[in-house]
Structure formats: structure tokens, C-alpha cells
Design a protein around this ligand. Structure first.
Ligand code: BG6
Length: 507
């Protein structure tokens, strides 16, 4: 009988893990993320009966709200979800508390500590605490210091801190921030979040690659000619100009989300599915990645900025006309670039990354294009046969498809391309959870597998250092090029691929 090697450590590890009694403390509770993502994700976990009955959420911000006010503000922001589950919300909302606190004022953190003691007794949360820093990045370091000074991170088994992106602004500041937070807590208490890793389809990249035998032998430079990773959005900067003006697409999307997609697509198989084996492989991969031209980075990167567009009836503003944006802003809302990975598996295979706001379609995908068949025996519809492509659709229409040539019906021997498709919706029939649902549960379970480790974050920043320095020191060498709202970015992004005889896939 054929034997299958089963890793005993893996069995049962991921399924229905039980979150221990828990108090989740959200700093920045009056901010957008709390009512748009965090509390809805917690409510979802509650409805799925995955939260323990000994549970509390404590919102913290400077505003002098009461528990009641916090509850009613969350209820107002989540009205449409709550209207479908009013009774569940009533019960869930009784676990919401609020304590005014300011991470830059240590006295308020000490006071918070006392409140947490009392909530601990009231809700039997047994001192298990997850602190979520959904605050301005300027407070990540000082916030951790204030928590540590108040003794709130002292218990390495029962306390942890989740830190939102961006983790640093460049390689140097990320190193410094790592140094600071690591003086306040052990690495296994630090959860650097990237919400893309919470997406079902992003995790599926691992399962697709490492739970099937057919992909591994061809997942390398011998068979794959290039890889394209796209994260396109239709939205503009919305109300986030204050943040976005200091960030731009490179820091906002590429350094984190696209780089994580790159790491999962290209990394080696870990020996085991445990946090450190996984993160070792990702870190190794990122350490081997390089811009295609580090000496002249402007030759392998394109920056764009959306200009006005839309129709005469519903025109849309250009980036520079958005509220809060500098009318002469040179912040990029679009980036396309070419990378290489200097290792045995990928040497010479270009990886193209692109992301942008106000593009024609919301779509995130990874496209692996295979090498051409060595000999063309058949006439192909359209002139030459299309090359095989494997498309991993991250969102929307989550799934995957494989494009290959078949015989076109008829008496001749012409080939034409068809798609074999897998759709999450059709196969499983239920929408997958928001990334934050999975990631919040994992943090409360103290499972860092889907969180980024210090060396990974630093490697990701180091990868883009030549570009960041160029933009800082001689921005005229890589100016932002305007692209009309609703188009696929500046023409120069097409030339980046055309120079290699390629085109971007039009999703
Ligand atoms: C965030 C960025 O991290 O990701 C936003 O700050 C972006 O600018 C968002 O819109 C995209 O996430 P998603 O899950 O909608 O693809």
C-alpha cells in the first residue's frame, strides 16, 4: 500500500483551534480601521462561535467616551450587519468596553492597566491580552515602550502586541523600530500584520504549491518564463490623503502586500508548516530578491499618478485635486517594476509587480507564464500558440485558472487556447472570511505563522532601498507620470514589459 508521509505536528494544528479567554485592547479605537475592519471581524468570530465566552474588547483612544458611547458608535458604523443579527449584537456588545488612553502619556497607560485588571476579574479573561496598535506609525515605538513600562508586556506567554503597517518607512527606520519593540517584548509577542496574508486565496498559494505534486517540478526557471503580480484598485485615495501623501503606492502596497505575494509564490517549501519554518523560507527568498537594475533603478521601475477621468456625467478628480492632497504632489498612486531573484530556482526569471489606484478593475492576481513549446506543430488561431499560464486569482472571483492549447473543432489541426478554472465560490459555495477575521483569531491564539517576522520586514525594505533613495535624492530621475483615471497606468509601464517582448495580462 502506498504510504503518505504525514507530519504529526501538523495534524489538527489549523482546524478549530480554541481561542483562550482573552481581552483584546484596541488603541486607535476612534479610528477608521476599528469600525470598518476590527470590530466587524470580531463580531464575525463571535457569530461563528469561535470566541471564548470569557472575552472582552477594550477600545482606547484620547476621546473621553464611555463604554456606552463606544458601543453605540460601533453599532452605528456597523448598522447594516447588525440589522441582520440584532440579538447576537446585543450579546456581543456587552463585551465592549472603552477606556480613554494616550500612548504618549504613560500615566494613562498605567491607569489602563488598572482598568484591565478589573475587566479581567469581571470577564474572567485570565490576564490573556492582545494589544492592537491601530494608531499613527509615529506611536509604534513609544506605544510599545509605554505598554512595557506599565508592565503590560511582562508576561511573554499571555500578552502580545499587534502592529499595523507601515512598519518603518525604509530599511533604517524598520531596523530601528525592530530594535525598540524587541526591547519591550520578545519576538514571539510581536505580531506585524499584513492583511493580505489573512486572505484565503493568499494562503491557498501555499496549499496549491505544496499539497500537489504536479506543480513543484515545473515551478522554476526551466519552465516558467516570467511572473506578473498585480494588485489593481478602482478606488482613489479616498479620505486618506494625510497618510497617503507620506506613503505612496510603493510604501502602501508594494513593500508589504505585493512583496508577501512574491514571497509565497517564489519561496522554497518549508520542512514543516510551523511559524518559524514558514517565515525562514520567506525571509530567505526576500533576501535573494533584487531590483532588476540596482545601479540605475529608474530603468526597472515606473511611477504614475492618476489624473482626472470618468465621464462627463460623473467626472472623477485627479489625485492632485483630491481633498488634502498637495496640488503639486509627486506622490505615486501607481508603481510597476521588475525584479529578479538570485537563487538556483529563479535565476534570470523576471518578476513584474504592479499596483495602482483608479485603474479600470479591482483585481489582485499572480500570473505564472510558462515557456513556449519548443516546436510548433500546429497552426494556431491568432497566429502563434498562446503560452501556458497559471493564474492565481486573489480577488475578486477567488480561484485559479490554467490556460492551455487544445485542438479547435473542425477538420484541420488548428490549436486555440482554453481555460480550466477553479472558483472558490462554485466549489465551496460560501464566501471566505475577511483577512482580519483569520488574523485576529491567529493573534489571540499566539500563532504568528501569517504575521511577518523582523528579518522579513527588513529584507522587504532593503529590497526597495535603491528606489526609495532615488525618489528621495533625485526624484527627477523617476518622475510620476500621469495616467488617466480608469486606464491601466502610464504607457511607460507597458514599455517596461515590451522591452522584454512581453505584455501585461489584461485581467
Ligand atoms: C491597504 C492600503 O493596506 O490595502 C490601501 O493601505 C489599499 O491603500 C488596501 O486600498 C487594499 O486592500 P484590499 O484588501 O482591498 O485589496
Amino acid at each position: 500500500m502506498a504510504s503518505v508521509l504525514t507530519n504529526p505536528l501538523r495534524v489538527g494544528l489549523r482546524q478549530e483551534r480554541v481561542i483562550p479567554p482573552q481581552c483584546l485592547v484596541i488603541f486607535g479605537a476612534s479610528g477608521d480601521l476599528t469600525h470598518r475592519k476590527l470590530v466587524p471581524a470580531l463580531f464575525e468570530l463571535y457569530r461563528q462561535r469561535r470566541l471564548p465566552s470569557e472575552f472582552a474588547v477594550v477600545g482606547c483612544a484620547r476621546r473621553p467616551w464611555s463604554d456606552e458611547e463606544f458601543r453605540s458608535r460601533m453599532a452605528a458604523a456597523m448598522a447594516s450587519v447588525i440589522s441582520e443579527h440584532p440579538t447576537a449584537w446585543q450579546r456581543f456588545a456587552s463585551s465592549l468596553f472603552y477606556e480613554p488612553a494616550d500612548l504618549s502619556d504613560p500615566a494613562t497607560i498605567v491607569q489602563l492597566g488598572q482598568r484591565l485588571e478589573s475587566i479581567d476579574r469581571q470577564c474572567a479573561t485570565r490576564g490573556n491580552r492582545t494589544f492592537y496598535l491601530s494608531v499613527s506609525p509615529a506611536f509604534y515605538g513609544s506605544g510599545c515602550r509605554a505598554l512595557a513600562a506599565a508592565g503590560l508586556l511582562a508576561d511573554a506567554d499571555r500578552s502580545r502586541v499587534v502592529i499595523e503597517k507601515p512598519f518603518g518607512r525604509d530599511y533604517g527606520s524598520a531596523q530601528e523600530l525592530n530594535r525598540v519593540v524587541q526591547t519591550c517584548a520578545k519576538e514571539n509577542q510581536i505580531f506585524r500584520i499584513d492583511h493580505y496574508l489573512g486572505k484565503e486565496t493568499v494562503q491557498n498559494i501555499l496549499v496549491l504549491r505544496f499539497a500537489n505534486t504536479i506543480f513543484e517540478p515545473i515551478w522554476n526557471r526551466n519552465y516558467i518564463s516570467n511572473v506578473q503580480i498585480t494588485a489593481a484598485e478602482t478606488v482613489g485615495v479616498e479620505e486618506r490623503a494625510g497618510y497617503y501623501e507620506t506613503s505612496g503606492a510603493l510604501r502602501d502596497m508594494v513593500q508589504n502586500h505585493l512583496t508577501q505575494l512574491l514571497a509565497l509564490t517564489a519561496m522554497e517549501a518549508p520542512g514543516r508548516f510551523d511559524p518559524e519554518s514558514m517565515r525562514n523560507e520567506k525571509a530567505k527568498l526576500l533576501q535573494a530578491a533584487r531590483l532588476a537594475n540596482e545601479e540605475e533603478p529608474w530603468k526597472c521601475c515606473v511611477r504614475g499618478q492618476y489624473s482626472s477621468g470618468g465621464s462627463r456625467i460623473s467626472p472623477t478628480a485627479g489625485y492632485r485635486q483630491e481633498p488634502g492632497v498637495n496640488p503639486n504632489s509627486t506622490t505615486e498612486t501607481y508603481v510597476a517594476m521588475k525584479l529578479f531573484i538570485n537563487n538556483w530556482r529563479w535565476q534570470g526569471v523576471p518578476f513584474y509587480l504592479r499596483t495602482g489606484k483608479r485603474l479600470p478593475k479591482r483585481v489582485s492576481e499572480v500570473v505564472l507564464t510558462f515557456r513556449e513549446a519548443p516546436v510548433h506543430l500546429f497552426d494556431a488561431a491568432g497566429g502563434s500558440p498562446t503560452v501556458n499560464q497559471l493564474i492565481l486569482r486573489i480577488q475578486p472571483d477567488e480561484g485559479a485558472e490554467f490556460r492551455f492549447e487544445v485542438k479547435a473543432p473542425g477538420s484541420g489541426m488548428r490549436s486555440r487556447p482554453v481555460d480550466m478554472a477553479f472558483s472558490y465560490d462554485d466549489s465551496f459555495g460560501e464566501p471566505s472570511d475577511e483577512g482580519y477575521v483569520r488574523l485576529l483569531a491567529d493573534a489571540m491564539l499566539s500563532d504568528p505563522t501569517l504575521y511577518t517576522r523582523s528579518d522579513e520586514v527588513e529584507a522587504a525594505w532593503r529590497l526597495y532601498t535603491p528606489l526609495l533613495e532615488l525618489i528621495e535624492d533625485s526624484p527627477w530621475q523617476l518622475p510620476v507620470q500621469p495616467y488617466e483615471t480608469g486606464t491601466w497606468g502610464p504607457a511607460a509601464a507597458d514599455s517596461l514589459l515590451a522591452d522584454d517582448g512581453l505584455v501585461w495580462r489584461r485581467p
